[in-house]
Design a binder for this molecule. Structure first.
Ligand SMILES: Cc1cc2nc3c(=O)[nH]c(=O)nc-3n(C[C@H](O)[C@H](O)[C@H](O)COP(=O)(O)OP(=O)(O)OC[C@H]3O[C@@H](n4cnc5c(N)ncnc54)[C@H](O)[C@@H]3O)c2cc1C
Length: 386
């Protein structure tokens, strides 16, 4: 299954965006990382700057007021953006990624017209609701129900660990619309506005890392939505849509891992040049150089894999295997790079005063969400053996 095949923008325009993001990261986001980690929220003024920059419109087609980047261009921006804590990226993550893309890829023309322009302006934050208390990796085991009642649908169920739920204006919800169906069959996607009676966002979870990014459960209790809330106007296509946006989402998360790995290596290299032991900078010791070189090699390999998957997606080719491989390799590599960055910092790397301590915790999530590393292995092998 292909993700999408956006034409993208010209190189000069992309270069402008990339240099703007780099400035935003260096001058605004990195200086605000520690505060964001401590308070558990991105400062509102910074959230505003991210909105003003147009980042919510990253993947919205230009016809709807977005930047209309191709997948290869999207990952180039994410490489830059994620030199800062991925908490900041998470603010736009579900809207430009798995949430918003459900509409961009499979919405009806009316649904696109209704939501995409305000998504592009950063006025409609979208969350993606697939996971449930009883179904994580086994996403097809979902039990949230959607019952047809006259001209409406009535949704009941609980969605777990929903990114950006506390600030979401719109939920893209996967629910079982065919009573008694099993697995991926009989699942439809619904666009549920947050103000609909019966939608209850729970208290955010207290997380290990990416603490500026809010994640909460969402309960749907007798939530009545009109017939045109059914994504694409098609019943039984919800699981297909979910898997399609997750292919793109996995390339995106793999790009997050590359961006974060780049930053970790900047921190580790600077520290190794500065810190002296045995009368010499750490950077002079070949065992330290070995850790730096292994990390840089893995970062470059991850980047190449992400770029290859993105180009394939832009060509409209099936990327299920490549997206999973990119996520598996890049997030596992980022984790090893984070561990080495802490190791190079010695005891200081364990202290909250140092960025690598925070980034190490941030990195841990990447191997878990949008499919764990084990599920990436399952997806790759299943595709190979088909
Ligand atoms: C911070 C955060 C944000 C999230 N945001 C969202 C969101 O916005 N929307 C959303 O829908 N979901 C979201 N999720 C959910 C996330 O996608 C799931 O947590 C993830 O898919 C794993 O599901 P689980 O936690 O239930 O773990 P489980 O499925 O219970 O897995 C537990 C362990 O068993 C392993 N395992 C499971 N099945 C197999 C198998 N067949 N073979 C081998 N190993 C297996 C897993 O790899 C894992 O190691 C988020 C999660 C987190 C932590």
């Amino acid at each position: 299954m292909s993700t999408d095949s956006a034409a993208g923008i010209d190189q000069d325009s992309l270069d402008l965006i990339l240099s703007g993001v780099r400035r935003l990261v260096d001058e605004v986001l990195i200086p605000a990382e520690a505060e964001t980690d401590q308070t558990g929220a991105v400062p509102p003024a910074i959230a505003e700057q991210i909105r003003d920059f147009g980042l919510y419109g990253l993947t919205v087609p230009a016809d709807y007021g977005g930047l209309g980047l191709s997948v290869a261009q999207e990952v180039a921006v994410v490489f830059e953006l994620c030199r800062a804590s991925p908490s900041f990226r998470s603010l736009i993550g579900t809207t430009v990624g798995v949430g918003g893309k459900t509409i961009a890829l499979d919405g009806t023309p009316e649904q696109k017209q209704r939501y995409l322009p305000s998504i592009a302006r950063g006025e409609t934050v979208v969350s993606f609701c697939l996971t449930e208390p009883g179904s994580g990796s086994d996403a097809a085991g979902l039990r949230t129900s959607a019952r047809k009642d006259g001209d409406s649908w009535v949704l009941n169920g609980t969605k777990r660990f929903i990114s950006n739920a506390p600030t979401a204006d719109l939920f893209s919800v996967m629910a079982r619309s065919e009573a008694g169906s099993q697995g991926s069959r009989g699942v439809s996607a619904f666009l549920v506005e947050a103000t609909t009676p019966g939608v209850q966002v729970q208290q955010p979870w207290d997380k290990m890392g990416q603490r500026g990014a809010a994640v909460a459960d969402v309960v749907f209790e007798d939530v009545r939505v009109p017939a045109d809330a059914l994504l694409g106007g098609l019943e039984g296509q919800g699981f297909r849509t979910a898997m399609k946006v997750l292919d793109g989402g996995r390339i995106h998360i793999a790009a997050v891992a590359v961006g974060l790995a780049t930053r970790l290596l900047e921190e580790a290299t600077a520290y190794a040049k500065d810190r002296e032991q045995f009368g010499e900078p750490l950077a002079q010791f070949q065992l330290i150089q070995g850790m730096l070189a292994d990390s840089e090699t893995e970062r470059l390999a991850a980047r190449a894999l992400v770029e290859a998957a993105a180009m394939r997606a832009d060509a409209g080719t099936n990327v299920r295997r490549e997206a999973a491989a990119a996520k598996l390799f890049a997030t596992e590599a980022c984790w090893r790079i984070a561990d080495r960055a802490v190791q190079i910092h010695g005891g200081y790397g364990y202290m909250r005063d140092y960025a690598v301590e925070r980034l190490f915790r941030d990195a841990r999530l990447l191997r878990l969400f949008e499919g764990t590393s084990q599920i990436m292995q399952v997806v790759i092998a299943r595709d190979m053996l088909r």
